[in-house]
Design a protein around this ligand. Structure first.
Ligand code: KG4
Ligand code: ZN
Length: 345
C-alpha cells in the first residue's frame, strides 16, 4: 500500500493532503483569501508569494496530522494545471524538490480531476460510471467519468461563457456583498424568496447541440439590469430576494442538465464537486430531484468541495494504485490544461 502526498497551489489555497488506499490520513490548508479581499479578486503575485511562505509550515502540519515523516511518503502528486501560472509553479517546484529529496515518483495531475476524486475520500470508491457536475470558480462542466485513473474524461457539456462560481462572484459584487462572493450570496439567499424575480434559464431546450452546455452571462446581465433599476440604498430584503432568485436560476440549470445527462449516458450516480458544490441550495434541490429520478447523489462535505490538498493526493493515490506511469521530473505547469485525463503528463 502506497502513501501519497498531494500539493495544491493553483489559486489562493495552499493545500497538502496525505492519502493511502482511498483513505485520508492527514491534511493542512492555508489561505491567502484575506490578502485579496481589498482587490475584489485573487491577485496572482500575492497568491504565489503566499504559497511560497506557507508551504513549509503546511507540509509540516499535514505530516503531523497524519503522524508521518517525509520518509514515509511513497509518491507525490501536484496540481500542474489549470490555474494561475505563478501560483502553480510554486507547487510544482515544491513537489519536484520533495521527489528529488526522497526518490518518490511525481504525478502531475489536473486540478478538476482532484475535485472529482475528493468525493471518494468521503463516500468511498467511485462507481464504474458516473456523471460529474464540476462547478468551481474556473470550471463548469458536465462530464462522464468511468475509471478516473485510466479512462479519458468525456465532456458532455461545458459553459459557453462564465463559470458558475464566477457568476456568483460577479452577482455578489453587484449586490455589494463581501468577497468571496459565492458564500456571501449563499448566506444572503437564505433570507430571500427564490421566486421573487424570474431570471432566465439559458439553453434550457433539450433538443440541439447545446443540450448539456451552460451559459451564465445572460443571467448575470439580467441581474445587473434588475439591480440598476432598483432605488438606493438596497435594503437587506431586496438583496436577499435578488440573491435567492439568481441562485435559483443557476441551481435550476445545473440540476436539470445534470439529471438529463445521467439519463443520456445511463449513469445511476451524480457527483457534484468544486467550490460551488458547497452551495446549500444546490445540494437541497439536487437531493430532492435526484431522489425523485432514482439517481444516487454524492456531494462531498463543503471543506472537500473548495480547493484543498487532500483531493490532489486522492488522484495521485488512484493513479498509483492503477499502476499508471509517473510524470517526468521536467514536467511543467500548464495554466490552461484541458480536462481530458486525470494525469497531465
Ligand atoms: O473550487 P474552488 O475553491 O476554486 C476553483 O477551482 O475555482 O471554487 C471557488 C468558487 C468561487 O467562485 C466561490 O465563490 C464559489 O466557488 N463558492 C460558492 C460557495 N462556496 C464557494 N458558490 C456558491 N455557494 C457557495 N456556498
Ligand atoms: Zn478548484
Amino acid at each position: 500500500m502506497s502513501t501519497v502526498l498531494g500539493i495544491e497551489t493553483s489559486c489562493d489555497e495552499t493545500g497538502i493532503g496525505i492519502v493511502s488506499d482511498g483513505e485520508l490520513l492527514g491534511q493542512a490548508l492555508a489561505s491567502s483569501m484575506a490578502e485579496h479581499a481589498r482587490f475584489g479578486g485573487v491577485v496572482p503575485e500575492i497568491a504565489a508569494r503566499a504559497h511560497l511562505e506557507a508551504l513549509p509550515s503546511v507540509l509540516r502540519a499535514a505530516l503531523d496530522d497524519a503522524g508521518l515523516t517525509v520518509s514515509d511518503i511513497d509518491a507525490v502528486a501536484v496540481t500542474a494545471g489549470p490555474g494561475l501560472a505563478s501560483a502553480l509553479h510554486v507547487g510544482v517546484a515544491a513537489a519536484k524538490a520533495l521527489c528529488l529529496a526522497t526518490g518518490a515518483p511525481l504525478y502531475a495531475v489536473h486540478h478538476a480531476a482532484g475535485h472529482v476524486a475528493a468525493d471518494l475520500l468521503e463516500h468511498g470508491p467511485l462507481p464504474a460510471r458516473c456523471v460529474v457536475l464540476i462547478v468551481s470558480g474556473g470550471h463548469t462542466s458536465l462530464v462522464q467519468v468511468d475509471d478516473l485513473a485510466r479512462d479519458p474524461i468525456v465532456h458532455l457539456g461545458d459553459t459557453l461563457d462564465d463559470a458558475a462560481g464566477e457568476a456568483f462572484d460577479k452577482v455578489a459584487r453587484l449586490l455589494e456583498l463581501p468577497y468571496p462572493g459565492g458564500p456571501s450570496v449563499d448566506a444572503a439567499a437564505r433570507e430571500g424568496d427564490p421566486d421573487a424575480i424570474r431570471f432566465p434559464r439559458a439553453l434550457s431546450n433539450r433538443q440541439g447541440g447545446q443540450r448539456f452546455a451552460f451559459s451564465f452571462s445572460g443571467l448575470k446581465t439580467a441581474v445587473a439590469r434588475h439591480v440598476d433599476s432598483l432605488t438606493r440604498p438596497l435594503t437587506a430584503r431586496i438583496v436577499a430576494d435578488v440573491a435567492a432568485s439568481f441562485q435559483e436560476a443557476v441551481v435550476d440549470s445545473l440540476v436539470s442538465k445534470s439529471l438529463d445527462a445521467c439519463g443520456h449516458v445511463g449513469a445511476r450516480t451524480l457527483l457534484i464537486v468544486g467550490g460551488v458544490a458547497a452551495n446549500r441550495r444546490l445540494s437541497e434541490v439536487a437531493a430532492d430531484r435526484c431522489a425523485r429520478a432514482g439517481v444516487e447523489l454524492r456531494v462531498p462535505r463543503p471543506a472537500l468541495c473548495t480547493d484543498n490538498g487532500a483531493m490532489i493526493a486522492a488522484v495521485g493515490d488512484l493513479l498509483v494504485r492503477a499502476g499508471r506511469p509517473a510524470s517526468p521530473l521536467e514536467v511543467g505547469a500548464d495554466p490552461s490544461a484541458p480536462l481530458t485525463r486525470a494525469a497531465l503528463a
